[in-house]
Design a binder for this molecule. Structure first.
Ligand code: ATP
Ligand code: MG
Length: 347
């Protein structure tokens, strides 16, 4: 953390298929986003049904400098005014991470600026600081993304401890796999939540794996299998499935039922952890935190418990570089020559 009263950080992110750069100003503990540029490769990877690592890395190489340039231009900030560079060094796809990291290290050398290496999963959590709301400790954060589902106990701003995680698929991965099964497109989360709006969440009785387990872990692969069997069964039962209207209703009902089951488990485990650890604040982060049902459900449940609830703006839940800059604020700079990518980094 810097002792200066106002500092400007540039965040750089390239861990998966988003090339991102952002300028964030921190003044008297308040975070202000000056620019936040995200260049998504979703359209490129859509046809493969998932991210192709080498294709992602090649596109990061093309995008990274124009994205950084745009972030500086939109923020109206010259490199000389930057106090710190914050860059993701893991977890993520190794070749994608290397593009962002090597670019940031080069900028640190050329601009003569301190550089901080940021853990992408910590950055998802620190996206909550961009909301500038009071955070009372201890706090519990549910991080739900494409590759992770974790409960993090936060004793103070920099003391983070993982207390629960998925034992198989991540929640976002389950949304993406179920969407693939239902043939509704990629990425699955936004598609499922959109179709779920017209579906009946009680239409299918789906498994809620580990909802009553004594620990704070999750499992989503059983829920995905439960969707597969229920969907195949109902397709067989529905004689008129060839009629488009019937098929649409079945898909919408399945989306609503799956979303409800996933949210039930995520909310139940988060509340259990909040009560167990005596949390005063509950936070939400990661791409799945953009899910409206999850946001509303947790907010309502936490309100009943009279605890503080903080969540990032939806646009700051999926990968972005403003969250990297926010996390970089809490990281000490290190010698750029010593930073290496760490694809399997954990909290
Ligand atoms: N509205 C939504 N409802 C549910 N899931 C969503 C929604 N919007 C996005 N997602 C999911 O969020 C995930 C992407 O989130 P994020 O960008 O944080 O993941 P990632 O960076 O690929 O993984 P990680 O952060 O674990 O490395 C995808 O699985 C996507 O389906
Ligand atoms: Mg992410």
């Amino acid at each position: 953390m810097s002792k200066k009263s106002k500092i400007i950080i540039i965040g750089i992110e390239s861990s998966c298929d988003e090339t991102a750069a952002a300028l964030v100003e921190i003044k008297a503990g308040k975070f202000k986003i000056l620019s936040n540029i995200v260049s998504s490769q979703i359209k490129i990877h859509k046809k493969y049904g998932g991210v192709v690592p080498e294709v992602a890395a090649r596109n990061h190489i093309v995008n990274i400098l124009p994205v950084i340039d745009r972030a500086l231009t939109e923020a109206k900030i010259k490199p000389a005014r930057i106090d710190k560079i914050a860059v993701t060094f893991g977890p993520g796809l190794i070749t994608s991470l290397m593009v962002g990291l090597e670019t940031a290290k080069t900028l640190a050398f050329v601009w003569k600026k301190p550089i901080a290496a940021v853990n992408h999963m910590k950055a998802h959590l620190y996206a909550n600081w961009l909301a500038n709301q009071a955070i009372k400790y201890p706090a519990i954060c549910l991080t739900v993304s494409g590759g992770h589902t974790e409960l993090i106990l936060i004793k103070n701003q920099t003391n983070l401890k993982k207390v629960g995680q998925t034992v198989d698929d991540a929640a976002g991965e389950a949304f993406d796999k179920v969407a693939k099964l239902l043939e509704i497109g990629y990425p699955g989360g936004p598609m499922i939540s959109r179709l779920a709006q017209t579906g009946n969440p009680k239409a299918f009785k789906l498994a809620r794996p580990m909802i009553n387990s004594k620990d704070f872990n999750f499992s989503f692969s059983g829920l995905k299998t439960s969707v597969l069997y229920a969907y195949e069964n109902s397709k067989l039962k529905t004689k008129n499935l060839k009629l488009k209207a019937n098929s649409c209703k079945l898909t919408a009902d399945m989306c609503a039922s799956f979303q409800q089951a996933a949210v039930d488990v995520l909310a139940a485990k988060t509340i259990k952890a909040a009560l167990h650890f005596g949390a005063k604040t509950v936070m939400l982060s990661g791409g799945v935190a953009a899910n409206q049902l999850l946001r509303e459900t947790l907010q309502a449940e936490i309100k009943k418990l009279k605890l503080n609830f903080v969540m990032p703006d939806k646009s700051l839940c999926t990968d972005n570089a403003a969250m990297i800059a926010a996390a970089g604020y809490f990281e000490k700079p290190i010698d750029w020559k010593k930073i290496r990518v760490n694809p399997n980094l954990s909290i």
